[in-house]
Design a protein around this ligand. Structure first.
Ligand code: AMP
Ligand code: MG
Length: 404
């Protein structure tokens, strides 16, 4: 990782591009085969190839009657067999129809299904078709969804309920997935105390550790709890040295050029360090470096800054290293429900809600206020050097797009 210090503020796009380049240079190697029950949240290491047609045979989309429309004269038909889902039908006797139910295989010789609501069954059991029929109606042809050999999911897909359901539909019992990323979470600051402990003078509870550990678990990472690191150079060196077997060290706090920037000092000594001053608010300073070959990302300590910089920068970086194809969140243009009259030098990410179809920011956007994000439904992007009038469009990124 080369030093990227530069004068001025780094645009968010540049930071993202650089992080992507770093990620591409350090993919997390290795894969394992897992049963579907253990594959939620993991990343597919190879394409999922269909081993069969879906559906495997033509079947009925309705409860009704199957017939061969090509041979039908328009007369009422007798019912020659009854076919339920799970049955293996006989070929259709010429000049008859078959009682058939949803999902049941179409008998050989039949090409059409009429729904039961559109027939009349006479006292003699013969079936009169009341509506005009069209060849192939209510039939799901073999291979309609998928053909044998189709690449149904590409490598790099993150597996969730839908993908796992799809894999199950193809009979896949195991999937080859990428190895989990091992990520260490380090919280720096003399002032930090874990919940459950009494607060001393000048102390605050550590919120970033829980925020990031929970988030990383959701991203499918193996999380190493590196605890709280006091603001001390020797302790910082020791802590970093003890984390040699992880794929990423993610720290919070101590990344500004303040006097307590021990992380920066330790990284400069034993590795590489880039301190990026990002054109982003909240969250200006971001450290990007490595310690004895282990990549380190240092996020700003204010919890709302941690949220925004992890969600918009570190998360895509990490997903990319995990082999995920789509790493950036979807955002949608939405009308502003507020005005923005003072253009800023930094791009602002407001914790905001949608009210009556408009973006409404939480009143207190201070970078220390995590409550803003708990209230919010998404992050609204106000571009640098721009103003907004009510109704002007801005990008709204739902929190659900970045939290998983
Ligand atoms: P720093 O980047 O270390 O100067 O921290 C910036 C602000 O974030 C300070 O007010 C810190 O007390 C606060 N902060 C740093 N780390 C955490 C944390 N893990 N949890 C909550 N607040 C923090
Ligand atoms: Mg600090």
């Amino acid at each position: 990782m080369s030093c990227c210090d530069q004068p001025g503020l780094m645009p968010v796009e540049t930071a993202l591009e650089r992080l992507m380049a770093l990620a591409d240079a350090a993919p997390i190697a290795g894969s394992e085969s897992l049963p579907l029950s253990q594959a939620d949240g993991r990343v597919l290491a190879e394409p999922l190839i269909a081993g069969l047609d879906l559906p495997p045979w033509p079947n009925s989309a309705m409860d009704g009657y199957a017939l061969c429309l090509a041979d039908w004269t328009g007369e009422p038909l007798t019912v020659s067999q009854r076919i339920q889902a799970g049955n293996a039908p006989q070929p259709l006797q010429p000049g008859t129809c078959a009682r058939i139910f949803t999902g049941a295989p179409l008998p050989d010789g039949a090409d059409t299904v009429e729904m039961q609501e559109n027939v009349q069954v006479g006292d003699d059991g013969r079936v009169t078709f009341l509506e005009p029929l069209r060849v192939g109606q209510n039939v799901r042809p073999q291979g309609q969804e998928t053909r044998t050999g189709d690449a149904v999911l590409p490598a790099g897909t993150r597996l969730g309920p839908i993908e796992l359901g799809l894999a199950a539909s193809l009979g896949a019992a195991q999937l080859l997935v990428r190895r989990r990323a091992r990520v260490a979470v380090l919280s720096t600051g003399d002032e930090l105390v874990e919940p459950g402990q009494p607060l001393g003078p000048g102390q605050i509870y550590n919120s970033n550790r829980r925020l990031l550990m929970t988030w990383l678990q959701r991203l499918g990472c193996e999380v190493v709890d590196a605890g709280i690191l006091v603001d001390d150079l020797d302790k910082t060196r020791e802590a970093l040295a003890s984390l040699g077997d992880v794929d990423l060290i993610l720290s919070t706090g101590g990344v500004s050029v303040g006097e307590a920037d021990f992380l920066g000092v330790a990284l400069r000594e034993a590795g590489e360090l880039a301190l990026w001053k990002l054109a982003i608010k909240p969250g200006k300073p971001l450290t990007c470096g490595q310690f004895r070959g282990v990549p380190v990302i240092g996020l700003p300590g204010n919890p709302a800054s941690t949220l925004v910089t992890f969600g918009l920068l570190a998360r895509p970086y990490l997903l990319r290293r995990m082999g995920v194809t789509r790493v950036e969140p979807l955002g949608f243009p939405m009308p502003a429900g507020f005005t923005w009259s003072k253009p800023g030098k930094r791009r602002e990410y407001l914790r905001a809600r949608l009210q009556d179809g408009r973006v409404v920011p939480y009143p207190n956007q201070s970078s220390g206020v995590l409550r803003s994000a708990a209230w919010a439904e998404g992050i609204a992007e106000v571009l640098e050097n721009s103003t907004l009038a009510e109704g002007d469009s801005l990008r709204f990124i739902p929190l659900s797009e970045i939290l998983g």
